[in-house]
Design a protein around this ligand. Structure first.
Ligand SMILES: Cc1cc2nc3c(=O)[nH]c(=O)nc-3n(C[C@H](O)[C@H](O)[C@H](O)COP(=O)(O)OP(=O)(O)OC[C@H]3O[C@@H](n4cnc5c(N)ncnc54)[C@H](O)[C@@H]3O)c2cc1C
Length: 408
């Protein structure tokens, strides 16, 4: 291993890549250390049957201020700026217009109520009655936003994201994961190298990996919170505050399943369905994204946890049944699984994206605080307003790199 490293960045997801690019452009000798054999982490595009599918991030949220949108543009990537179909139910199937309005209003009321009179518990779910007619719908929305239902989520954290996010969401037909992996191309990366221990007590930082020891002047840790919290990496001296912060910012569950359509013309492109708006245990189905002959099934929170326990066959059956109920048995018979994710089971990821536990939104700033000039953290969970996103991860990586540059 090259020992002449100034900054080792552990984790080649969006945050690690951003940090490494900033430092590399500043003339620093950097090395990205990545356990997997690819760059991108939770940004991962795959090619299946001639289609590019994003298994992780797909949307350039808050697109007008998203640095990855600017980088995509600079790289000449095609950007789809058409509005998302999420809020419309195809042909109002199983969800009439009055109910769609009522459900949306319930979400607006929840947010306004949390603003106006924040619950002392900081439990987002305390902002709406348990027997509210749209409680299931609201937990389903929280499952998509946070990977967890409202009772598991900090109200303060939820509002911090919501106040800063815009309604502008763009996509990359060539893949968000493709873009992020391409942004790593000029960087030195040790792939398939898993870090198990870090000693930051000496003049240089010693990084133990399954491929041997690496020494560096400084380290940026750009790892998912669940990996930190469960102790995959042993730190000397210990890092009680940072590891506690990571445990208070767990990754929720969100998974995708792509189904191919035997007869794509049976449904219009760029449309959307919620399986059953009266329960949290339902899927969200994006039909024919970019006009492609697939459905992107999206499961967040309680339904993602349940389907993970039940397994792949049960998940396919669930999606096909929900779609069949709305679109008919003939349509359901024409659906075939293409690929799906189990992010929680990925050994070096551990879940989808972070949410703060009630009372713990302040832990994001603690996690983002440099331990010393030699040890800093990055990753989506470090972002106070854009957490859970690829651009939040990216910005956290740039911020960690800037801290190192300014301190030298
Ligand atoms: C299903 C799904 C949908 C999403 N949709 C969107 C979306 O539409 N828009 C959006 O902006 N965001 C979305 N996200 C979230 C977004 O993908 C993430 O927030 C972001 O990619 C996280 O980047 P990161 O760099 O913080 O972490 P990661 O991408 O998780 O990178 C961390 C890296 O660290 C590596 N690692 C872990 N342990 C070790 C070790 N011991 N040694 C070495 N390497 C290690 C991992 O392998 C990984 O590559 C989605 C995520 C999921 C799962």
């Amino acid at each position: 291993m090259d020992q002449d490293i100034e900054v080792a960045i552990i984790g080649a997801g969006a945050a690690g890549i951003a940090a490494a690019r900033r430092l590399h452009d500043h003339g620093r000798r950097v090395l990205l250390i990545e356990a997997m054999d690819r760059a991108g982490g939770r940004a991962h595009s795959v090619r299946v049957d001639g289609l590019t599918l994003d298994l992780g991030c797909g949307w350039l949220h808050s697109a007008e201020r998203n640095p990855l949108a600017a980088l995509a543009e600079a790289a000449g990537a095609v950007i789809d700026r058409s509005p998302a179909a999420w809020r419309k139910q195809l042909r109002n199937l199983g969800f009439d217009v009055a109910d769609q309005r009522a459900a949306e209003q319930a979400f607006t009321d929840l947010e306004e109520g949390l603003h106006r009179s924040p619950p002392g518990s900081d439990v987002a779910g305390d902002g709406v009655a348990r027997d509210h007619p749209w409680r299931g719908y609201l937990d389903m929305v929280s499952g998509a936003l946070n990977g967890a239902e409202l009772n598991r989520v900090s109200a303060t954290d939820l509002l911090a994201y919501d106040e800063h996010a815009s309604e502008r969401n763009w996509r990359l037909p060539g893949g968000y994961g493709t873009l992020i992996a391409e942004l790593a191309e000029k960087l030195p990366i040790a792939f398939g190298t898993k870090v198990s221990a870090i000693d930051h007590g000496g003049a240089r930082v010693a990084i133990e990996t399954d491929k041997g020891r690496i020494m560096a002047d400084a380290v940026i840790l750009a790892l998912p919170t669940d990996i930190l919290a469960r102790g995959d990496i042993a730190f000397t001296p210990g890092l009680a505050d940072h590891l506690h912060a990571a445990a208070c910012l767990p990754l929720g569950r969100v998974d995708k399943l792509f189904l191919a359509l035997a007869d794509p013309e049976a449904i219009p492109p760029e449309t959307h369905l919620i399986g059953n708006p009266h329960t949290a245990e339902t899927g969200s189905y994006y039909m024919r994204p970019f006009g492609r002959p697939v459905i992107e099934c999206f499961f967040g929170g309680i339904i993602a946890r349940r389907l993970e326990e039940e397994g792949e066959a049960a998940r396919i059956d669930f999606a096909v049944r929900e779609l069949g109920t709305l679109l008919g048995d003939d349509f359901a018979r024409g659906l075939h699984p293409v690929i799906g994710t189990w992010w929680h089971k990925e050994p070096t990821i551990g879940g989808a994206y972070s949410h703060a536990l009630p009372g713990e939104s302040g832990q994001r700033s603690i996690l983002a605080r440099p331990v010393s000039q030699r040890l800093l953290f990055a990753g989506e969970a470090c972002s106070t307003n854009d957490y859970s996103t690829a651009h939040g991860a990216w910005q956290s990586g740039v911020a960690a790199a800037e801290m190192l540059i300014q301190k030298s």
